[in-house]
Design a protein around this ligand. Sequence first.
Ligand code: MN
Length: 223
Amino acid sequence: MIPAPAQAQLPVAGGGAFPVRRVYCIGRNYAAHAVEMGHDPDREPPFFFQKNPDNLDPSGRFPYPARTSDVHHEAELLVALRSGGTDIAIEDALDHVWGYAPCLDMTRRDLQGIAKKMGRPWEIGKAFERSAPVGPLHPASEVGHPSEGEITLSVNDELRQSGDLNQMIWKVPEMIAYLSEYFELAAGDVILSGTPAGVGPVRRGDVMKLSIAGLEPLQIEVI
Ligand code: MN
């Protein structure tokens, strides 16, 4: 009836493409970021929201979105699944991971703030066009399963976010296991694993640089 929409896909370092099925994102997964957003950093159960597969954008450019005056960067490690299932055990979870990429969970913070205050869903703040600038995916067969190492984000060479992957409250295998209790995970699903402290606004013309130990850095221009 209409032309089939393009399959969302991530570029793979060294060539090829990874097709994306779903995008899960965890909230408040680094204690210092939970505190800066006004929440208790204690280990309460994790919570997730979703972005759309076609929100992932490998173009290197982030167009300043509509209807906001406070769009924030959130630097995150993206985890891409090669397989899935339900009720995955924590000890088996990493067997389902294909690879890892640097990714930004760009957020219309003003609209998210209103949604939070009114008890509404977060899509208007989180799941907008090109809201997830992403770098090339690195196969776990080459980079392993990073569980520690620096994650930093600078804007115009000024350091804004700095943390270590070992500060995640819910580790990657725990996130996969938890999600699989509530959803049927499958090949092509990706998980954004949360952001360290230091989130903040960007403006047109800014250049964001996200570095995660062991992965190629991601540079994004705000246009
Ligand atoms: Mn986030």
